[in-house]
Write a protein that binds this ligand. Structure first.
Ligand SMILES: Cc1cc2nc3c(=O)[nH]c(=O)nc-3n(C[C@H](O)[C@H](O)[C@H](O)COP(=O)(O)O)c2cc1C
Length: 296
């Protein structure tokens, strides 16, 4: 099959590239595939999407196994040959100056050396999807090489990984006490997820005191995973007799609280609120408070 060069938006997807090894009547084979991804942790399943005209698919249908060899950035030549020729034209793995192979552990198909990941797979599912066939493999043996970096494919060209991009968070220097308070709530969680309300009155923000610590913050809770954040907050506010009308639109604040090298990441989902009667017994804090100033 001649692979049409995509001309439009499809080219803007970014993928890695794998070399799919297989074996069949005509011996072992390798093809290049960008459409490869892990689709389950337990068991570890990998899906590959292969066109029907390939030698590879015939091989896998027969032997019910394949190797996923995730290419490293040094392997552009291997990938170009694996993707540029079909096993029906030439036995690609016989190019000893191009491909270095090794025996596999749990299957009989050879694996390619110099890759970032080598996963030996047993076929568990096959499904035709559009003009390709999805083959799902259960990984029966997997190895990775920390020293290798993956090859990236984008707009028909090869790339290597660039610098890491730090997720954008607003950094707030806070006191040791404040940081300790949030770290205790987070209990080692990478990100503490909170939902709270911002109630403003005469240029001040309503705060409540936390039981035990007496720590004063805007009213918030840490909702259990999967629970609707707004409903959970409303329940909490009613529970503490803070009958509030919340605005519909949420506001997202991604913070990192810092004290020296110590830090805690927090996501605050906030709903602006209005209490029906601004009662005197509520505590109102100035907007200059170390955290509140970044929330308003
Ligand atoms: C970078 C690159 C990525 C490719 N990705 C895929 C893919 O995901 N699925 C597919 O069916 N073919 C893909 N191909 C095309 C096959 O590798 C090509 O048709 C190959 O000749 C098939 O080999 P075989 O007939 O020996 O199996 C890709 C080719 C290249 C160069």
């Amino acid at each position: 099959m001649t692979r049409k060069v995509p001309s439009k938006a499809e080219r803007y997807f970014s993928t890695g590239i794998s070399m799919i090894t297989s074996r069949g009547l005509h011996g072992p084979n390798v093809m290049a595939a960008e459409w490869v991804m892990q689709i389950s942790y337990s068991p570890v399943l990998v899906a590959i999407f292969i066109h029907k005209g390939s030698r590879t698919i015939k091989n896998i249908e027969k032997t019910k196994e394949f190797g996923v060899n995730v290419a490293s950035k040094e392997q552009t030549t291997e990938v170009s040959i694996a993707g540029g020729y079909s096993g029906s034209e030439i036995n690609k793995l016989e190019f000893k100056n191009i491909f270095k192979t090794s025996k596999s552990h749990k299957i009989k198909t050879p694996m390619i050396l110099g890759c970032t990941i080598n996963a030996e797979c047993k076929l568990v599912r096959k499904e035709k999807l559009g003009d390709h066939v999805m083959l799902v493999g259960r990984v029966v043996h997997i190895e990775h090489d920390d020293t290798k970096s993956p090859l990236i494919y984008h707009r028909g060209r090869y790339f290597s990984l660039g610098s890491t991009v730090e997720p954008d968070r607003q950094e707030i220097p806070v006191s040791k006490v404040t940081l300790e308070f949030f770290k205790n709530l987070a209990q080692e969680k990478f990100v503490l997820k909170c939902v709270g309300t911002l109630v403003e009155h005469e240029n001040k923000i309503l705060v409540t005191k936390w039981p035990k610590t007496g720590f004063e913050t805007i009213p918030f809770v840490m909702p259990p995973q999967g629970k609707n954040l707004r409903d959970h907050l409303v329940k909490h506010l009613n529970g503490i007799q803070l009958h509030t009308t919340l605005e519909k639109e949420p506001i997202m604040k991604r913070l990192v609280l810092k004290n020296g090298i110590d830090m805690q990441r927090i996501n605050f989902v906030l709903f602006k609120g209005k209490i029906k009667k601004p009662l005197k017994e509520y505590i109102w804090k100035s907007k200059n408070d170390e955290i509140i100033s970044t929330l308003v």
